[in-house]
Design a protein around this ligand. Structure first.
Ligand SMILES: *[C@@H]1O[C@H](CO)[C@@H](O)[C@H](O)[C@H]1NC(C)=O
Ligand SMILES: *[C@@H]1O[C@H](CO)[C@@H](O)[C@H](O)[C@H]1NC(C)=O
Ligand SMILES: *[C@@H]1O[C@H](CO)[C@@H](O)[C@H](O)[C@H]1NC(C)=O
Ligand SMILES: *[C@@H]1O[C@H](CO)[C@@H](O)[C@H](O)[C@H]1NC(C)=O
Length: 354
């Protein structure tokens, strides 16, 4: 299952060898992971590449792009379904693109992105969607473009009683680290006894980097990555989006100020929907986080391993846990946020290759 995908990025002589090997062992079978029929279609599609991959979490965020007058679906090959995913082909501005919807969360985002890069001739990835906001200077509807993304859901949960000076479990073997820092649950206790805060048993969770296996590394020899930078050139181009005109009203409800596109320092992702003000403000204070979502870092981690340029454009749709009257209006304005993200993506793709 895995090997046919992997070999796409190997030198061609390895590819030939493996095709020969696969050909010999599966001569009598036609039900391989990639059928002949699909393989031929992929080959034809790839001959027309390279494409820019547009990766988006769900239909709520994807539809405004598909509906945009700037997008024209391919007349001959509008889409190809593979492994439960649909890869849509078309042109955005004057760029050939493949649009892939991932579904919710890190696993889906990682699988879909890897499939996209393994199957198709893709020169870069633009990811977009809506996000929670941890940055009190920004508001719903603003479009953020973080320079770094981290997965903040890989934890080493420390034994109760141990503290910042104690080794974590398996730290000495290099599996875990105390370099990134921790969240201490008892900092958030809100009960006292005789004036003293009451301890709890949750102790600390220490943030961990991902193990990565880049195509330019040695197979099975891990490297580590926590803050993954977006592509340098894409980030420079993104600066030109500042000043882009965005929508600020849904029907007769308008935001207090016109939304802006802004490059920010950091975004984080995890399989956690953060509707919690205390955690949002922790992420902002500790890591200087603006955008909080459930996919971007997974896509960043795949792209860095595949050496594919990547950027994420995320429109703020709520305050990730309240703190303002506006957060109550996230239901009204999240469609506006999704649309604003699409405005920014369309403009970005136009600028990227002009
Ligand atoms: C947007 O796209 C979706 C799915 O492609 C479709 O159901 C919907 O009617 C479209 N909306 C508009 C306003 O075109
Ligand atoms: C503790 O809880 C009370 C009641 O919800 C709240 O008013 C107070 O601000 C909380 N204190 C802290 C330190 O969070
Ligand atoms: C934190 O992020 C903001 C906005 O993303 C940026 O302007 C600022 O320089 C960052 N602060 C630090 C200390 O890096
Ligand atoms: C805006 O108006 C349209 C048409 O009347 C309606 O379908 C939609 O639900 C409204 N949106 C919001 C968020 O109120």
């Amino acid at each position: 299952m895995v090997s046919p995908f992997r070999i796409m990025k190997l030198p061609s002589f390895v590819f030939v060898l493996m095709v020969v090997a696969v050909g010999i062992t599966s001569m009598s079978k036609t039900n391989g992971a990639i059928s002949n029929d699909i393989g031929k279609k992929i080959e034809r599609i790839n001959k027309r590449g390279p494409y820019l991959g547009i990766v988006v979490p769900n239909s709520y965020e994807m539809n405004p792009l598909l509906n945009s007058s700037s997008f024209v679906a391919d007349g001959e090959f509008p889409f190809l379904d593979f492994s439960g995913r649909r890869f849509r082909f078309g042109v955005l501005g004057n760029q050939k693109i493949i649009v892939a919807m991932t579904g919710l969360g890190m696993l889906n985002a990682g699988i879909t992105t890897q499939l996209l890069l393994s199957l198709f001739n893709v020169k870069g990835i633009v990811h977009y969607g809506i996000a929670g906001n941890a940055n009190p200077d920004l508001q719903i509807g603003d479009v953020t473009i973080p320079q770094y993304w981290a997965h903040t859901g890989l934890w080493n949960w420390q034994r109760n009683g141990d503290g910042a000076n104690d080794d974590l479990a398996l730290e000495s073997s290099g599996d875990y680290t105390r370099n990134i820092g921790y969240l201490r649950f008892s900092d958030y206790n809100n009960a006292t006894e005789n004036g003293e805060p009451i301890e709890n048993f949750l102790n600390n969770v220490w943030y961990q980097p991902e193990e990565i296996f880049p195509i330019y590394g040695t197979p099975e020899v891990r490297q580590h990555a926590f803050w993954v930078p977006v592509d340098k050139y894409y980030f420079i181009v993104a600066k030109k989006l500042e000043g882009l005109k965005l929508g600020s009203c849904v029907n007769t409800s308008c935001l207090p100020r016109t939304p802006v596109v802004v490059r920010v320092q950091k975004g984080v992702s995890a399989n956690v929907f953060v509707d919690n003000g205390a955690y949002r403000s922790f992420l902002n204070t500790k890591f200087n986080v603006t955008a909080i979502d459930m996919e971007s870092a997974a896509i960043a981690l795949v792209c860095i391993q595949q050496k594919t340029p990547f950027i994420a454009i995320r429109a703020l749709s709520d305050l990730a846990g309240g703190g303002s009257d506006l957060s109550n209006e996230a239901d009204i304005f999240s469609s506006l946020a999704a649309q604003n993200a699409v405005y920014a993506v369309v403009e970005f793709v136009t600028l990227l290759f002009s």
